[in-house]
Design a protein around this ligand. Structure first.
Ligand SMILES: Nc1ncnc2c1ncn2[C@@H]1O[C@H](COP(=O)(O)OP(=O)(O)OP(=O)(O)O)[C@@H](O)[C@H]1O
Ligand SMILES: [Mg+2]
Length: 220
């Protein structure tokens, strides 16, 4: 079983959107997927409540239960767990980072908040989890992404080459308990292409860093 965590101390940067779209992509690729929702706002769980399908399973839990729920997920034959975390709470960010084989840290290009990114990066580095920053809500034009990338390089963090655009399809799909890849949203469009590329990037990194049974990180 592999564990992907989506972590950012900043609110509204696309954590839940990425968690749910990547979960649907993994399902489409034939994986057994569970989303663990650590956010007290339970946005991913509400998404699941309005979702027309039962899959992926979404569990809303308190961080203290994370180790036992992960163990049960593994025993149940889950291939991939995606942990959706919450803004602001350091405890939740630590719990998500500790459990992760790999973490994605979304940030908004247009309102780049260096303090919150630096704080999130500090937490993940303390735990020692491999991670990459992923730029979301990327506007069609402008230099914000390049400027943000330069600052990120200074933070000594990996920058995911897949950019997630500011696209209405993400909002429309999310509101209906769906993902952009699904019928009625953007199955042949740019948003889907971005999610598919992010999924491929994530799989490569999960595979590279997957923790061995003895909890040692495998550095391929
Ligand atoms: N790339 C995008 N383009 C346009 N809208 C988006 C995009 N990503 C997310 N959204 C929309 O922006 C809002 C915030 O996204 P989301 O809930 O995923 O952020 P979050 O980081 O999980 O927020 P929180 O910190 O409150 O949990 C949602 O309404 C979502 O549908
Ligand atoms: Mg959220």
């Amino acid at each position: 079983m592999e564990v992907l965590s989506i972590i950012s101390q900043k609110g509204g940067v696309g954590k839940t959107t990425l968690a749910t779209c990547l979960a649907v992509e993994a399902l489409n690729e034939g994986k057994r997927v569970a989303v663990i929702d650590l956010d007290p706002q339970a946005t991913a769980t509400f998404w699941s409540d309005v979702r027309p399908d039962d899959d992926p399973a979404v569990l809303s839990i308190q961080p203290v239960r994370l180790p036992s729920v992960l163990k049960a997920s593994e025993q149940a034959g889950t291939d991939l767990v995606i942990i959706d975390s919450a803004a602001v709470s350091k405890d939740i960010a630590y719990a998500a980072a500790e459990a992760a084989d790999f973490a994605l840290v979304p940030f908004k290009a247009a309102v780049f908040d260096i303090n919150s990114v630096a704080q999130t990066v500090r937490i993940i580095k303390q735990v020692g989890a491999p991670f990459a920053l992923v730029c979301t809500f990327v506007p069609p034009q402008g230099n914000e992404t390049i400027e943000a990338q330069e600052i990120i390089n200074d933070l000594g963090s990996d920058f995911c080459p897949v950019l997630i655009g500011n696209r209405k399809a993400f909002f429309r799909a999310q509101a209906k308990g769906c993902a952009v890849q699904e019928q009625g949203f953007d199955p042949d469009g740019k948003a889907t292409e971005e999610i598919k590329n992010l999924y491929k990037y994530t799989c490569i990194h999960l595979n590279k860093y997957k923790k061995d049974a003895g909890d040692e990180r495998k550095l391929a």
